[in-house]
Design a protein around this ligand. Structure first.
Ligand code: CA
Length: 237
């Protein structure tokens, strides 16, 4: 079911429990490392990226809650599956909003573990696919290229300089080519507010953007007006 091997860290102070968990996760094609204390777990998690951390709450020294709290102050995001023998501990996790992604009470069945881990991996995959799509360079034939990472826009092979709002407008159109946006939708999405009096601002920006990207702004082929409705980006140049 999983195309790539995932790196999983188990933080669990009972060696027998950790060992069983390790075997179950290895059956899911995971590379598994075990830390028998919170301190070791935290330093391992800080030293290298993991795709998942299975974190026991009751640990000697740094407990699971503290490990999770410290992990969440870091920029890199690692999903955390919290495990506890006591329901009251899980209640505490929920109450404190520790930033764990899922929770499991001991004793749990292998089937439950597998289901939760799979669902966490699916969520992570969906998120990284979304992030990848947002970073992807957008190309419209030879006419237009937008690189969201650098905010560089190229029109017919030549770089063009857009203002902040012009760029945001263009990126919105480019993520949904062919979709018609009304002026108030554009105001909402790009300016973040909707106000009748600002319709002319949208028109103004559209005209300036069109002058920068369309070969003949009086007969636009890229940024089109849909009369009575709004505007859309056509992929045809
Ligand atoms: Ca424990």
């Amino acid at each position: 079911m999983m195309s790539t091997r995932r790196n999983v860290l188990i933080v669990e102070d009972e060696p027998a429990v950790a060992g069983a968990l390790k075997r179950q996760l290895e059956e899911l094609s995971c590379n598994v490392e075990v830390a028998l204390s919170g301190d070791t777990g935290l330093s391992l998690a800080q030293a290298k990226p993991f795709d998942l951390i299975v974190l026991d709450i009751m640990l000697p020294g740094l407990d699971g809650l503290e490990v999770c709290r410290r992990l969440r102050t870091r920029r890199a995001y690692t999903p955390v599956l919290m495990v506890s023998a006591r329901t009251s501990e899980i209640d505490r996790v929920l109450g404190l909003e520790m930033g764990a992604d899922d929770y499991m009470t001991k004793p749990y069945s292998a089937a439950e573990l597998v289901a939760r881990v799979r669902s966490l991996f699916r969520r992570v995959d969906a998120l990284s696919e979304q992030a990848g799509n947002l970073r992807r360079v957008l190309r419209f034939g030879d006419a237009l290229t937008i690189d969201p990472a650098s905010r560089e826009v190229t029109v017919r092979g030549k770089p063009v300089v857009l203002t902040h709002k012009e760029y945001d407008l263009l990126l919105l159109f480019a993520h949904n080519p062919g979709r018609v946006y009304s002026r108030s939708q554009l105001l909402d999405a790009v300016w973040g507010y909707s106000h009748d009096g600002y319709d002319h601002a949208v028109e103004c920006h559209i005209n300036r953007l069109r002058a920068k990207i369309d070969r003949d702004p009086s007969r636009p082929k890229l940024l089109l007006t849909v009369w009575g409705v709004g505007y859309k980006l056509s992929a045809v140049d």
